[in-house]
Design a protein around this ligand. Structure first.
Ligand code: SF4
Length: 291
């Protein structure tokens, strides 16, 4: 089976089931972090940006804990100016120290080195931008109060280290009014008399990454092997349109179930189809494997 053989009726049926599943699961994409870390992320304007920049290749929990760890390491001198003054090399050393016992086991040495080099460079460049463009206060990015999802997306995309995936994930969190970054901004701006709101849920898109392509392709029977990254663009229109079919008023919502399945069931080798909530959508991959 594939999109061609499922035909419109088969695809529409799957979209309806996705919607139903998502209501049943009442999914929450918030990750578990220490209370002190969460408090710090809510209080500080810079911490969620650094957490977002770090959030690639390593676990989300570790990425979002780094700002709090750095704050303690710097004896509370955690600001765009003080971090910028430390420079890339020093931040790289500190990040390396933090990551010492937290690297994903399968991450190669070369990738670890690149991670440290790139992330520390992005952190310093972002601090420079916040100092020079936003008057040393990252919340000034959002001081107009009301935004649409695409506006948020491009405000975030202009930050070093925030690519399409991260920008659409955070824009989606803002639309849903959840996540540590959103909660903190809302509280801080409210104290300044600004009501922060992100409107037009229907303009959100699905953040496409390897999990999303893999799960979508397996459910639809589009491929036997997950394609390489340079082929992802081929699936982009199918995924975005399927999301609009399933969730017309909030297409980005589909990411909740894809996120859960990607994290807990749909491993590259030996996916746990038996327990996966998408098995009975039905998933063409699971059907083919007789699961
Ligand atoms: S049923 Fe299996 S292949 Fe299909 S989405 Fe779930 S884990 Fe992946």
């Amino acid at each position: 089976m594939s999109i061609k053989t499922l035909r419109f009726e088969g695809i529409k049926k799957r979209a309806t089931k996705f919607k139903k599943l998502s209501e049943e699961f009442s999914l929450n994409q918030e990750f578990s972090i220490d209370q002190e870390v969460e408090k710090f992320l809510n209080k500080d304007h810079l911490a969620p940006i650094i957490g977002t920049i770090c959030d690639q290749q390593i676990t989300t929990e570790h990425a979002w804990t780094f700002p709090y760890w750095l704050h303690n390491k710097l004896n509370g001198k955690f600001s765009a100016q003080s971090i910028y003054k430390l420079g890339t090399k020093k931040i790289e050393k500190l990040l390396s120290l933090f990551m010492e016992d937290k690297w994903p086991s399968g991450m190669a040495d070369k990738d670890r080195k690149n991670y440290l080099k790139n992330i520390s460079r992005y952190i310093i460049k972002t601090c420079e931008l916040i100092i020079n463009v936003y008057d040393n206060d990252a919340d000034n990015m959002f001081k107009n109060g009301k935004f649409t999802a695409p506006e948020i997306y491009f405000i975030l995309r202009s930050l070093p280290g925030i690519g399409p995936k991260k920008a659409s994930m955070i824009a989606r969190d803002f639309v849903k009014a959840e996540g540590p970054w959103y909660k903190g901004i809302q509280d801080r701006l409210e104290k300044k008399g600004i009501k922060f709101k992100v409107e037009r849920k229907n303009l959100t898109e699905v953040p496409v990454d390897v999990h999303v392509v893999k799960i979508f392709g397996r459910v639809m029977g589009e491929f036997r092997k997950t394609p390489s990254r340079d082929k992802f663009l081929d699936y982009w229109p199918d995924i975005q349109n399927f999301a609009k079919l399933a969730f017309p008023s909030f297409p980005g919502k589909i990411d909740e179930i894809l996120w859960l399945v990607g994290r807990q069931y749909c491993y590259e080798s030996e996916p746990d189809c038996k327990n996966c909530p998408l098995k009975d959508i039905p998933c063409e991959y699971a059907k083919r494997k007789g699961l």
